[in-house]
Design a protein around this ligand. Structure first.
Ligand code: G6P
Length: 365
């Protein structure tokens, strides 16, 4: 079936806009209206001692976010690696562990090779894929489709948030299986996730103010993204998205690492994008932000209304997202990160859907 742009200027714009619908589809598929999970029978974390997640590119950042979830919600040790390192490092794997491979295409050569390495060494090889007929899906013991629909834009958007959604559900299942959360807590978490499509629509409505900010970002040579906790991988993803399609050099950093290097780059020409919902680490991130502002760095603070009211003064720009439980906020904050990259690329006039030198699916090493 031919996928059309359906009135959008680019596939990427269409795919960004589709997120509330595809996330709702994925949630409907894997949860019940009664507030329980509906995952395949094999998804049982009883006796599992560790989960190792492996992927490339944007999918690897989804794993990086999920590491926080598996550890914090489920108390399950979680490791992450990029497939090109994992496959040659040949790490020892516990026979009681799971290896989980995340891939939009299901055909990425390094991820497939990593899967083949893990096969036979772990209790279960699980994959989270967008293409259920793909090689990675076929060679897994268990494949969970993310139900994002066909993704054409080279820069992954809806696949990323659908990967995060399915990984969040897996982390909740692990937490429940391991007695970390009871039925009531599980239902409350699922309720929070079910609010996502509505909150994402709100985030999408910020497209116009984001486009105005992007007109300025387009003039920068370097842009830094900062985040803490599960928002740190979002900083990495925000930087990746921006460099992929606007060709502006961008780096994501854990906020606490600012003073171990990147602060040397800060001057009035370097925009610093701080992604910080008002969570338990908010004050620490704010103090990093102030260190940037003291050096005349241009801060864009992306937070909720409380966060912006508390810390927005002195920032170059602010973007206010709706409130949501901070634990799943990375799924929501992906949207402004994507829109910033998209509009910056538009302002620069680059080819948004087919950026130079990049391929949608890297099937050769
Ligand atoms: C390429 C794409 C990225 C993608 C990565 C992993 O680099 O341009 O958007 O994140 O491959 O692809 P996969 O299909 O395994 O998720």
């Amino acid at each position: 079936t031919r996928v059309e742009k359906a009135g959008y200027k680019h596939f990427m714009a269409k795919e960004i806009a589709e997120q509330p619908v595809v996330i709702a589809d994925a949630l409907k598929h894997y949860t019940t209206a009664e507030g329980t999970l509906r995952l395949p029978e094999g998804v049982d974390f009883t006796g599992v001692d560790r989960i190792t997640m492996v992927a490339c590119g944007t999918a690897s950042y989804a794993c990086h976010v999920a590491k926080y979830w598996f550890e914090q919600i489920a108390g399950l040790p979680a490791e992450i690696d990029v497939a090109s390192e994992f496959r040659y490092r040949e790490p020892p794997l516990s026979p009681a562990s799971w290896a989980l491979f995340v891939s939009q295409s299901g055909e990425t050569a390094d991820t497939l090779a990593a899967l083949r390495y893990a096969n036979g060494k772990v209790a279960r090889v699980v994959s989270v894929v967008n293409v259920p007929t793909s090689s990675i899906a076929r060679e897994s013991d268990l494949a969970l489709p993310i139900l994002a629909g066909v993704e054409i834009g080279v820069a992954s958007t809806k696949a990323f948030t659908c990967q995060l959604t399915v990984l969040a559900l897996l982390a909740l299942k692990a937490a429940h299986d391991r007695g970390r959360i009871d039925d009531v807590a599980l239902a409350a978490h699922l309720d929070a996730l079910r609010n996502l499509p509505g909150l994402m629509n709100h985030a999408l409505s910020l497209s116009t103010p984001i486009a105005a900010i992007a007109d300025d970002l387009a003039k920068a040579q370097d842009i830094l993204f900062l985040g803490r906790g599960a928002m740190y991988p979002l900083a990495l993803e925000g930087a990746l998205k921006l460099k992929e399609i606007s060709y502006i050099h961008a780096e994501g950093y854990a906020s606490g690492e600012l003073k171990h290097g990147p602060i040397a780059l800060i001057d009035a020409a370097v925009p610093v994008i701080v992604m910080a919902p008002r969570d338990g680490l908010f004050d620490k991130t704010v103090s990093n932000m102030q260190e940037v502002m003291a050096r005349h760095g241009k801060v864009l603070l992306i937070s909720d209304a409380h966060g912006v009211a508390e810390a927005g003064a002195g920032a170059w720009k602010t973007l206010t997202l709706p409130d949501m439980p901070p634990v799943f906020a990375p799924i929501l904050y992906a949207i402004p990160a994507q829109l910033l990259a998209y509009h910056t690329a538009i302002a620069k006039g680059t080819d948004v859907d087919q950026p130079r030198n990049l391929a949608k699916s890297v099937t050769v090493e």
